[in-house]
Design a protein around this ligand. Structure first.
Ligand code: FE2
Length: 263
Protein backbone atom coordinates (compact mmCIF):
# COMPACT_ATOMS: atom_id res chain seq x y z
CA UNK A 1 0.00 0.00 0.00
CA UNK A 2 1.16 3.55 -0.67
CA UNK A 3 0.07 7.13 -0.14
CA UNK A 4 -2.51 8.70 -2.44
CA UNK A 5 -2.95 12.46 -2.44
CA UNK A 6 -6.21 13.86 -3.85
CA UNK A 7 -5.37 17.57 -3.51
CA UNK A 8 -2.09 18.92 -4.84
CA UNK A 9 -1.07 21.94 -6.91
CA UNK A 10 1.71 20.10 -8.70
CA UNK A 11 1.03 21.29 -12.26
CA UNK A 12 3.65 23.91 -13.11
CA UNK A 13 2.82 27.54 -13.82
CA UNK A 14 -0.98 27.37 -13.74
CA UNK A 15 -1.82 28.85 -10.32
CA UNK A 16 -0.05 29.56 -7.02
CA UNK A 17 1.37 26.02 -6.96
CA UNK A 18 4.61 24.86 -8.57
CA UNK A 19 6.16 27.81 -10.38
CA UNK A 20 8.02 25.79 -12.98
CA UNK A 21 8.65 22.26 -14.18
CA UNK A 22 11.68 21.74 -11.94
CA UNK A 23 9.64 22.47 -8.80
CA UNK A 24 7.03 19.96 -9.94
CA UNK A 25 9.62 17.30 -10.70
CA UNK A 26 11.54 17.84 -7.47
CA UNK A 27 8.35 17.49 -5.45
CA UNK A 28 7.29 14.38 -7.38
CA UNK A 29 10.67 12.77 -6.75
CA UNK A 30 10.32 13.44 -3.03
CA UNK A 31 6.80 11.96 -2.98
CA UNK A 32 8.02 8.76 -4.58
CA UNK A 33 10.91 8.55 -2.12
CA UNK A 34 8.36 8.83 0.71
CA UNK A 35 6.11 6.10 -0.66
CA UNK A 36 3.51 7.92 -2.75
CA UNK A 37 2.55 6.40 -6.09
CA UNK A 38 -0.54 8.33 -7.15
CA UNK A 39 -1.98 11.80 -6.83
CA UNK A 40 -4.64 14.00 -8.32
CA UNK A 41 -3.36 17.27 -9.75
CA UNK A 42 -5.87 19.90 -8.63
CA UNK A 43 -5.21 23.36 -10.07
CA UNK A 44 -7.62 26.10 -9.01
CA UNK A 45 -10.68 26.17 -11.26
CA UNK A 46 -13.21 28.99 -11.25
CA UNK A 47 -10.98 31.05 -8.98
CA UNK A 48 -10.98 34.71 -10.04
CA UNK A 49 -7.35 35.05 -8.87
CA UNK A 50 -6.12 32.26 -11.14
CA UNK A 51 -8.06 32.16 -14.42
CA UNK A 52 -7.57 28.68 -15.83
CA UNK A 53 -9.34 26.82 -18.60
CA UNK A 54 -10.10 23.26 -17.42
CA UNK A 55 -9.86 21.98 -20.99
CA UNK A 56 -6.07 22.36 -20.55
CA UNK A 57 -5.84 19.90 -17.66
CA UNK A 58 -5.53 16.67 -19.64
CA UNK A 59 -2.71 17.98 -21.84
CA UNK A 60 -0.86 19.51 -18.89
CA UNK A 61 -1.13 16.27 -16.88
CA UNK A 62 0.09 14.31 -19.90
CA UNK A 63 3.07 16.65 -20.34
CA UNK A 64 4.14 16.38 -16.70
CA UNK A 65 3.60 12.60 -16.70
CA UNK A 66 5.81 12.23 -19.78
CA UNK A 67 8.52 14.28 -18.08
CA UNK A 68 8.35 12.11 -14.95
CA UNK A 69 8.51 8.94 -17.01
CA UNK A 70 11.55 10.22 -18.85
CA UNK A 71 13.24 10.86 -15.51
CA UNK A 72 12.18 7.44 -14.14
CA UNK A 73 9.96 8.87 -11.40
CA UNK A 74 7.08 6.39 -10.98
CA UNK A 75 4.29 8.74 -9.91
CA UNK A 76 0.89 8.38 -11.59
CA UNK A 77 -0.90 11.70 -11.95
CA UNK A 78 -4.64 11.95 -12.44
CA UNK A 79 -6.29 15.13 -13.72
CA UNK A 80 -8.61 17.04 -11.44
CA UNK A 81 -9.20 20.52 -10.09
CA UNK A 82 -10.07 22.47 -6.97
CA UNK A 83 -13.42 24.06 -7.69
CA UNK A 84 -13.72 27.56 -6.24
CA UNK A 85 -16.84 28.42 -4.23
CA UNK A 86 -17.56 31.78 -5.91
CA UNK A 87 -19.77 30.54 -8.78
CA UNK A 88 -19.37 26.78 -9.04
CA UNK A 89 -22.64 26.19 -10.82
CA UNK A 90 -21.68 28.62 -13.58
CA UNK A 91 -19.57 25.78 -15.01
CA UNK A 92 -21.28 23.40 -17.42
CA UNK A 93 -21.50 19.68 -16.74
CA UNK A 94 -18.91 19.14 -19.46
CA UNK A 95 -16.53 21.54 -17.72
CA UNK A 96 -17.12 19.90 -14.34
CA UNK A 97 -16.49 16.48 -15.88
CA UNK A 98 -12.99 17.66 -16.80
CA UNK A 99 -12.10 18.02 -13.12
CA UNK A 100 -14.24 15.20 -11.68
CA UNK A 101 -12.84 11.83 -10.60
CA UNK A 102 -14.26 8.38 -9.92
CA UNK A 103 -16.12 5.88 -12.10
CA UNK A 104 -19.39 6.58 -13.94
CA UNK A 105 -22.28 6.89 -11.52
CA UNK A 106 -19.99 7.86 -8.62
CA UNK A 107 -18.18 10.92 -10.00
CA UNK A 108 -17.08 13.55 -7.49
CA UNK A 109 -15.59 17.03 -7.32
CA UNK A 110 -13.06 18.61 -4.97
CA UNK A 111 -14.95 21.70 -3.81
CA UNK A 112 -13.14 24.39 -1.85
CA UNK A 113 -14.61 25.66 1.42
CA UNK A 114 -15.15 29.45 1.58
CA UNK A 115 -12.47 30.90 3.86
CA UNK A 116 -14.95 33.55 5.02
CA UNK A 117 -17.10 30.84 6.58
CA UNK A 118 -19.74 28.28 5.71
CA UNK A 119 -23.03 30.00 4.90
CA UNK A 120 -26.38 29.15 3.36
CA UNK A 121 -25.20 30.12 -0.10
CA UNK A 122 -22.37 27.56 0.08
CA UNK A 123 -24.80 24.90 1.29
CA UNK A 124 -27.19 25.72 -1.57
CA UNK A 125 -24.34 25.52 -4.09
CA UNK A 126 -23.30 22.13 -2.69
CA UNK A 127 -26.83 20.81 -3.02
CA UNK A 128 -27.10 22.07 -6.58
CA UNK A 129 -23.82 20.37 -7.54
CA UNK A 130 -25.03 17.12 -5.95
CA UNK A 131 -28.38 17.44 -7.71
CA UNK A 132 -26.45 17.74 -10.97
CA UNK A 133 -25.00 14.30 -10.30
CA UNK A 134 -21.64 15.05 -8.68
CA UNK A 135 -20.50 13.78 -5.30
CA UNK A 136 -18.54 16.29 -3.23
CA UNK A 137 -15.28 16.15 -1.34
CA UNK A 138 -15.13 19.44 0.54
CA UNK A 139 -11.57 20.72 0.72
CA UNK A 140 -10.13 21.87 4.06
CA UNK A 141 -13.35 22.68 5.98
CA UNK A 142 -11.17 23.45 9.00
CA UNK A 143 -10.06 26.62 7.20
CA UNK A 144 -13.59 28.11 7.17
CA UNK A 145 -13.64 30.99 9.59
CA UNK A 146 -15.63 30.28 12.74
CA UNK A 147 -16.63 26.78 11.67
CA UNK A 148 -17.52 25.73 15.20
CA UNK A 149 -18.58 29.09 16.59
CA UNK A 150 -21.00 30.66 14.10
CA UNK A 151 -23.33 27.92 12.87
CA UNK A 152 -21.23 26.81 9.93
CA UNK A 153 -20.78 23.36 11.37
CA UNK A 154 -24.55 22.76 11.50
CA UNK A 155 -24.76 23.48 7.77
CA UNK A 156 -21.70 21.40 6.99
CA UNK A 157 -22.85 18.45 9.07
CA UNK A 158 -26.15 18.44 7.15
CA UNK A 159 -24.19 18.30 3.89
CA UNK A 160 -22.17 15.37 5.19
CA UNK A 161 -25.39 13.58 6.11
CA UNK A 162 -26.52 14.18 2.52
CA UNK A 163 -23.41 12.61 1.07
CA UNK A 164 -20.53 15.12 1.09
CA UNK A 165 -17.13 13.97 2.38
CA UNK A 166 -14.57 16.10 4.19
CA UNK A 167 -10.86 16.46 3.34
CA UNK A 168 -8.54 18.07 5.87
CA UNK A 169 -5.09 19.53 5.11
CA UNK A 170 -1.68 18.46 6.32
CA UNK A 171 -0.66 22.11 6.79
CA UNK A 172 -3.65 22.66 9.09
CA UNK A 173 -2.56 19.80 11.37
CA UNK A 174 0.89 21.35 11.31
CA UNK A 175 -0.55 24.61 12.62
CA UNK A 176 0.40 26.70 9.59
CA UNK A 177 -3.17 27.97 9.13
CA UNK A 178 -3.50 29.16 12.70
CA UNK A 179 -4.70 27.67 15.96
CA UNK A 180 -8.40 27.70 15.07
CA UNK A 181 -7.84 25.72 11.88
CA UNK A 182 -5.49 23.34 13.67
CA UNK A 183 -8.00 22.64 16.43
CA UNK A 184 -10.80 22.22 13.92
CA UNK A 185 -8.73 19.77 11.86
CA UNK A 186 -7.91 17.74 14.96
CA UNK A 187 -11.59 17.77 15.96
CA UNK A 188 -12.69 16.56 12.52
CA UNK A 189 -10.04 13.88 12.63
CA UNK A 190 -10.80 12.57 16.13
CA UNK A 191 -14.56 12.59 15.56
CA UNK A 192 -14.25 10.51 12.40
CA UNK A 193 -15.77 13.22 10.21
CA UNK A 194 -12.58 13.69 8.19
CA UNK A 195 -12.66 11.13 5.39
CA UNK A 196 -9.25 11.88 3.97
CA UNK A 197 -6.13 13.93 4.60
CA UNK A 198 -4.43 15.64 1.66
CA UNK A 199 -1.33 17.75 1.22
CA UNK A 200 -2.87 20.71 -0.65
CA UNK A 201 0.80 21.12 -1.49
CA UNK A 202 2.06 24.10 -3.44
CA UNK A 203 5.50 22.76 -4.43
CA UNK A 204 8.25 25.27 -3.83
CA UNK A 205 6.39 27.21 -1.16
CA UNK A 206 4.22 24.74 0.78
CA UNK A 207 5.88 21.37 0.33
CA UNK A 208 3.81 19.27 2.73
CA UNK A 209 3.29 15.62 1.84
CA UNK A 210 0.93 12.79 2.73
CA UNK A 211 3.77 11.04 4.56
CA UNK A 212 4.12 14.00 6.90
CA UNK A 213 0.33 13.94 7.26
CA UNK A 214 0.47 10.31 8.35
CA UNK A 215 2.88 11.20 11.17
CA UNK A 216 0.85 14.25 12.22
CA UNK A 217 -2.33 12.18 12.28
CA UNK A 218 -0.76 9.78 14.75
CA UNK A 219 0.48 12.69 16.83
CA UNK A 220 -3.07 14.10 16.90
CA UNK A 221 -4.31 10.91 18.53
CA UNK A 222 -5.35 8.73 15.60
CA UNK A 223 -4.68 5.02 15.57
CA UNK A 224 -2.33 3.67 12.93
CA UNK A 225 -5.39 2.14 11.24
CA UNK A 226 -7.12 5.52 11.04
CA UNK A 227 -3.95 7.18 9.75
CA UNK A 228 -3.71 4.50 7.05
CA UNK A 229 -7.33 5.05 6.07
CA UNK A 230 -6.96 8.84 5.89
CA UNK A 231 -3.80 8.88 3.79
CA UNK A 232 -3.98 5.65 1.81
CA UNK A 233 -7.13 3.53 1.78
CA UNK A 234 -9.77 6.26 1.62
CA UNK A 235 -8.16 8.44 -1.06
CA UNK A 236 -7.50 5.28 -3.08
CA UNK A 237 -11.16 4.35 -2.65
CA UNK A 238 -12.17 7.78 -3.98
CA UNK A 239 -10.08 7.22 -7.09
CA UNK A 240 -11.25 3.68 -7.76
CA UNK A 241 -14.84 3.69 -6.50
CA UNK A 242 -15.77 7.38 -6.27
CA UNK A 243 -18.64 8.30 -3.96
CA UNK A 244 -21.36 5.69 -4.39
CA UNK A 245 -24.96 6.72 -3.62
CA UNK A 246 -25.76 6.37 0.07
CA UNK A 247 -22.10 6.03 1.02
CA UNK A 248 -22.24 8.21 4.13
CA UNK A 249 -25.22 6.34 5.53
CA UNK A 250 -23.05 3.24 5.29
CA UNK A 251 -20.31 5.03 7.24
CA UNK A 252 -22.78 5.74 10.02
CA UNK A 253 -22.54 9.51 9.72
CA UNK A 254 -25.89 11.15 10.39
CA UNK A 255 -27.50 14.27 11.67
CA UNK A 256 -28.25 12.46 14.90
CA UNK A 257 -24.59 12.24 15.80
CA UNK A 258 -23.44 13.96 18.99
CA UNK A 259 -21.99 17.47 18.66
CA UNK A 260 -18.45 17.52 17.35
CA UNK A 261 -15.81 17.70 20.06
CA UNK A 262 -13.19 20.27 19.21
CA UNK A 263 -9.70 19.67 20.56
FE1 FE2 B 1 -5.73 23.69 -2.88
Amino acid sequence: MSYVDIHCHILPAVDDGARDLEESVEYARRLVDEGARELIATPHVGNPRFPFDPTEIADRVAALSAELEQRAIPLQIHGGGELHPSEPNALSNDQLELIANGPPGARWLLFEIPFAGVDQRFADDCRELMARGFGLVIAHPERARGLFSDGGWQLLRSLVAEGALLQINVCSLLGNNGLEAQEAAVGLLRSGYAFTLASDAHPGTRDHTAALGFALTLRAGASSLQAWRLTQANPRFLLRSGIPAGFNEQRGVSLGRAPLPVA
